[in-house]
Write a protein that binds this ligand. Sequence first.
Ligand SMILES: *Cc1c(COP(=O)(O)O)cnc(C)c1O
Length: 377
Amino acid sequence: MDTTEVIPQAAPHLRIAHFAAEVREKLGAVAASAHYILGPEVASFEASFASYCGTAHCAGVASGTDALAIALRAVGVRPGDEVVTVSMTASATAMAILQIGARPVFVDVDRRTRCMDVSLVDSVISERTSAIVPVHLHGYPVDMPSLMHVASRRGLAVVEDCAQAHGASIGDRRVGSFGHAGAFSFYPTKNLGGIGDGGAIVTSDPETARKVRALRQYGWADERRISAEAGYNSRLDEIQAGVLNVLLPHLDRENADRREIAARYREGFAALEAENIVSLASESTGCVNHQFAIEVDHRAGVQQWLRSRRRVLTAVHYAVPAHRQPAFEDGCRTPLPVTDRLAERFLSLPIQSEAVAGREHEVIEGVIEAVRSCARS
Ligand SMILES: *Cc1c(COP(=O)(O)O)cnc(C)c1O
């Protein structure tokens, strides 16, 4: 590869290019088929993805945001309810809660996992709380056994936001299988992503699965097509499902590649970490490294330096956490110091194998040089 070429932060088109022949064949087959909506590609993907996640059911929907909103309604969250979640996440997490008339209430994240600090959940639960939405941020699995313990003690439903964590695990169990339901996104940049929008809900509860299937399609309760409640038009389409059927068998290998790149980064940053110049997430064997975010001072300078001198592109996930956005401000009951600090210091490096494999050294070397030079200036 030409080493003067830019290293992109994420490059979903390179992954699609890698499977170009299979994808093209699949798109042709869908176009030639008589089934464009909820056809055989969706049915086959749902069966494979449920089995991959270790759940009894999977229902494809139009996006990760819809997956969260529909799952929350299916597990019984009603307008006016409060839902405990984190602010250090994509706005979609809180937006899905708002969309169904409920209120997101935020708890801070743990400094080392960057995920929900489970020990703080009890302190924000009120008599209106009906559910908890943990987010497996950057592919890092939340401590689900502890969270499920809190939820069952308080009688709350749990919907896991797995949009960044396809295949992440705790022990031999995959995320999405711990809560009452798990919500996934197949947005192109995710660990498993299509060539457009898509999402899915996984659950092992047959009643939740039934409700989800009704809600995604006009509230139709059964094949008589009679609407029983306000539903959506939110279906995974055959084209996306076809592409996902091509990619799913390769997900574990791609996640292993991400882990390997993360391990190279960790090794490379060990000295900076020891000097407290760069902070990394604590290690987790079940993490699937959707992002590899380092914490640095002088982020803008480091980012600019890397772009202009090394042609390494980075990204910030997320500069303005949900509780600092007008739509969600009133969900902030307690200060969120860790979230605020991470929001100022996070910098996501390239981690997708098609973007960076074999060039980790360039990135690490560049980051070290950039951090040192920005600290001096
Ligand atoms: C991407 C993402 C979503 C939303 O998914 P869409 O498919 O874009 O609607 C929700 N939560 C998190 C944590 C995400 O990263």
